[in-house]
Design a protein around this ligand. Structure first.
Ligand code: 2M8
Length: 445
């Protein structure tokens, strides 16, 4: 179906409504990921949210990142949720029991796993907006970059060391939640080897907030998710102890590519603003190691990057959007051209049955594709933003703009859904999802 371009009226409405959603989800110094389903601050959501807010207010965008950093553990880890007030979200702090961890922060309740390191990429977009505005905004942002440089470096160092002790050049994740793509078919193999043992009973609360349970992971999947939390608690959130005992240990190509891209940007910004030279050098080394790891994982027959199950040593070949990790971290020119053509071609964004030519989480041509189920096929606007950002950065402006325009056309209903049914364009999951509104603002800026 051809993409109908939003009219100037649509665009004005979209910008206004996106700003309104972010304002309504604003709790002062942080933004909830969504008003009902996710009433706390999520780590990678906060990155996207901050870059969206920056199009309106640079100081408020920086506050978002500042708040996130209050949850940083002494290991450098940025946890995937910062809990701010009691709510009906499950698993809650009582389930995470992070008080068993010596490294937890004081004064903030957090989860005990991570999410993709998008934050420095967001910071570089905020800097871009700050520069466009100049004056006090620019000054504030440049100072923030310099002041927080050691904190971001500590976060990246944590991923590069505690999560890659054998220097595979792939960040190890200990839970599907750490990938941000919770139930993606990327994890079906590793999860099939997760055997839940004795653990406290639980009641899911997420299903109360969606119209149709098939849009969310199944109960069997949730049991495995909760079992891995139990294993992390038993290991007292010590990564080496979990590695020795935990069921799920996988090298994640998307997280690794984001780490490489973010480390490049951190080094560039650090060099520009006079950060510690040793830290800049370390950041460049991290970027190089993880870029190499991602490129090494590419399957020559498909041209897609593959995660590595570190329990079995197997590469995981799935037609998931994470396979485009090299586009994010950069690399060999021929591979990047091949990936661009693949992404825009008939197995992906150019698939004839797609309502909008935006990046689906799983190729509609794959047997693993499910049109309505969460990370198993639906289109996630943030993923489309990431790919557009990556193409733009590698000089592919035309391709990036095609994703941007299709992404805006998809959002013209102004519901800012969490994800979209790719064949019909129906909104799925939560509405008024903060990161969806945020990337709309960035696309419009
Ligand atoms: C989803 O994940 C949470 C668990 O972290 C959940 O399903 O309860 C994912 O889409 C994740 O990527 C996202 O950050 C989070 C909040 O939007 O929701």
């Amino acid at each position: 179906m051809p993409v109908t371009q939003p009219t100037p009226n649509d665009i004005a409405l979209m910008a206004g409504r996106a700003g309104y959603v972010l304002k309504a989800n604003d709790r002062g110094r942080f933004t909830v990921a969504s008003p009902t389903l996710y009433p706390h601050m999520w780590s990678w959501d906060a990155g996207f949210v901050a870059l969206g807010i920056a199009t309106v207010s640079v100081p408020r965008a920086l506050d978002e990142l500042r708040t996130l950093l209050t949850g940083q553990w002494s290991t450098g880890m940025i946890p995937h949720i910062l809990f701010h007030s009691p709510s009906d979200y499950f698993p809650d702090p009582d389930r995470w029991r992070t008080q068993v961890a010596a490294a937890r922060p004081a004064g903030v309740l957090t989860s005990g796993v991570t999410q993709p390191p998008i934050h420095v990429i967001a910071l570089s977009r905020i800097l871009h907006d700050a520069r466009r505005r100049g004056g006090a905004d620019q000054e504030l942002c440049e100072r923030f970059v310099l002041d927080t440089f050691p904190r971001w470096l500590a976060w990246h160092r944590y991923l590069a060391t505690a999560r890659d002790p054998h220097e595979h050049g792939l960040v190890e994740i200990h839970h599907g939640w750490e990938s941000g793509m919770d139930d993606s078919p990327r994890w079906d193999g590793p999860y099939s080897r997760v055997r839940p043992g004795e653990m406290p009973p639980f009641t899911r609360r997420d299903l109360a907030h969606v119209s149709d349970p098939s849009q969310r992971p199944s109960d069997a999947e949730y049991r495995r998710y909760l079992w891995l939390v139990e294993q992390k608690v038993r290991a007292r959130y010590d990564d080496a102890a979990y590695r020795a005992t935990g069921d799920f240990v996988v090298g994640d190509v998307l997280v690794s590519a984001l780490l490489a891209a973010a480390s490049d940007l951190l080094a560039d910004m650090g060099a520009e603003f006079g950060a510690d030279p040793a830290g800049i050098e370390e950041s460049r080394l991290i970027a190089r190691r993880f870029r190499t790891g991602v490129l090494r994982s590419v399957d020559p027959s498909t041209g897609l990057a593959r995660d590595l199950d570190l329990r079995t040593g197997e590469h995981l070949s799935v037609d998931s959007a994470a396979g485009f990790a090299p586009l994010l971290c950069g690399g060999d020119d021929a591979l990047l051209r091949r990936q661009r053509d693949l992404l825009l071609g008939p197995r992906w964004c150019g698939h004839s049955r797609l309502r909008w030519p935006v990046v689906p989480s799983v190729s509609p041509a794959s047997p693993a594709f499910r049109d309505r189920t969460y990370w198993r096929g639906p289109q996630w606007p943030v993923l489309n933003w990431l790919m557009a950002w990556a193409l733009n950065r590698s000089g592919e402006q035309e391709a990036a703009n095609a994703l941007r325009l299709a992404g805006l056309a998809q959002l013209v209903d102004c519901d800012f859904a969490e994800y979209y049914e790719p064949l019909t364009g129906e909104q799925l999951g939560s509405r008024d999802q903060s990161w969806t509104a945020a990337i709309a603002l960035d696309f419009l800026a």
